[in-house]
Design a protein around this ligand. Structure first.
Ligand SMILES: Cc1ncc(C[n+]2csc(CCOP(=O)(O)OP(=O)(O)O)c2C)c(N)n1
Ligand SMILES: [Mg+2]
Length: 422
């Protein structure tokens, strides 16, 4: 039951004097048509149908009848495919490296190759990107390079994202218009709305650049999701929201995360243009992002959500609906790919990743004293000074004599001498 606020009650009195028969017209400040039939609804499609899912390729990479395949040439297709294949190559190696304890953390892109690469390819290279943590593929698409990936994951002195002070895969690059990943879920969603607005107010970027913001369906349960979409739609801000629905938030299945028609149904509630896309279809994602980007000048979103899969279906998917295999089959049907090219690519990617990994593994971490720099501009605050002095004191006491510290210190450039010699 919804109680009418006093203003609306006034209008309702006027309406009753007119009588039920003339239940026509509009209330002031509203375009909602008047009806006299009492009916609750729970659908954004106007019928009891769920929001449809857009795809252009079927499960085996064949174009659907009447589907508009986005314009791509052979080179572009190769670039899409190569970047998609690079993700599992990196995943295989870095997942194992993490299990061996050489890096502290990792996030795979498994099963989301088409979502990430297809969307990256639909954006302009200087659109401002806000990822959640599974969007390394956007950086790869923008030629961030394997060395930068490895150096960030190892947190070594060559890490351009944050001098080794962030967890692995928490990439950031001003040059690549990729805002630093922060793990607290959904924080990027209102930030992206703000950046979209800033772009709109920036001469030279207004009407040209957008903010693109990725998040998981789990993150969409955070309050920041609602704050962000409300902000983006009311300002309005040229922001494209891409919800990656992979069916789980760690172990919680999406069936237990929300009750309505997915994340997509929330978009129209905020007055945001919305589409649900088969995230295993790279060409559908590409087309949706291209179109979303084009129309985003006023307000828009793309809900790129791929259908929920039970765990038991995952193995089947690997075989029949795998995003990479689907696109490969499509490329083969165009005469753009064959088994030989596949073999050559896989060997080359693996060698490239191993080379970057080996190079990065041997690099030292930044000087230990870097731990205390760059946090504040201007004069250094007392608490940072105090912490540096405390660490230096402990280093003097234990650094040379206590084995765990000796080994640990040797991983830093100059073995902690930068602090000891101050
Ligand atoms: C505010 C907050 N709460 C909890 C966590 C712990 N956490 C990390 S990832 C994750 C699941 C997120 O799921 P989803 O958004 O669907 O992303 P996915 O990992 O499936 O890509 C949770 C709960 C966190 N990082 N931040
Ligand atoms: Mg998820």
């Amino acid at each position: 039951m919804i109680r009418l606020p006093s203003v609306a009650r006034g209008f309702s009195r006027r309406w009753t004097t007119r009588g039920l028969a003339s239940a026509a017209g509009k209330l002031p400040n509203s375009n909602s048509p008047i009806v006299s039939k009492l009916k609750y609804f729970n659908s954004v499609t106007g019928s009891d149908e769920l929001i449809p899912t857009f795809r252009v390729l079927d499960g085996v990479g064949k174009p659907l009848e009447g589907a508009e395949i986005p314009e791509i040439d052979e080179n572009f297709a190769h670039r899409l495919y190569e970047n998609m294949q690079l993700l599992p190559t990196l995943d295989n190696i870095l997942y194992n490296v993490q299990r061996q304890g050489k890096i502290s953390f990792y996030m795979t892109s498994h099963g989301e190759e088409a979502t990430i690469i297809g969307s990256a390819a639909g954006l302009a290279s200087d659109d401002e990107v806000f990822g959640q943590y599974r969007e390394m593929g956007v950086l790869l698409w923008r030629d961030f390079g394997l060395d930068n990936v490895m150096n960030q994951c190892f947190g070594n002195e060559a890490d351009t994202s944050g001098k080794g002070r962030q967890m692995p895969v928490h990439f950031g690059s001003t040059e690549h218009h990729f805002h630093t990943i922060s793990s607290p879920l959904a924080t990027q969603i209102p930030q992206a709305a703000g950046v979209g607005y800033a772009l709109k107010r920036t001469p030279g970027r207004s009407s040209r650049s957008i903010a693109a913001c990725y998040f998981g369906e789990g993150a969409a349960s955070e309050g920041d999701f609602h704050a962000g979409l409300l902000l983006a739609s009311t300002i309005p801000s040229p922001t494209l929201y891409i919800a990656r629905n992979n069916g789980f938030a760690i172990s919680t299945p999406s069936t237990e995360q929300f009750y309505g028609d997915g994340i997509a149904s929330r978009g129209p509630g905020y007055g945001i243009d919305t589409i649900r896309v088969d995230g295993n279809d790279v060409l559908a994602v590409l087309a949706a992002v291209r179109e979303g980007r084009r129309s985003v000048g006023h307000h828009s979103t793309s809900d790129d959500s791929f259908a929920y899969r039970a765990r038991s279906e995952v193995e089947d998917r690997k075989r029949i609906d795998n995003p990479i295999a689907r696109f490969r089959l499509f490329m083969e049907s165009q005469g753009w790919w064959n088994a030989e090219a596949e073999e050559e690519l896989k060997t080359r990617l693996k060698a490239d990743v191993m080379k970057a990994f080996k190079k990065s593994e041997t690099l030292k971490r930044c000087e230990l004293g870097e731990l205390f720099t760059d946090v504040y501009g201007g004069e250094e605050p007392w608490n940072i000074k105090e912490q540096r002095e405390e660490l230096t004191g402990l280093l003097r006491k234990y650094g040379e004599v206590w084995e765990p510290w000796r080994t640990e210190l040797a991983k830093f450039k100059n073995n902690g001498q930068d602090l000891l010699k101050r």
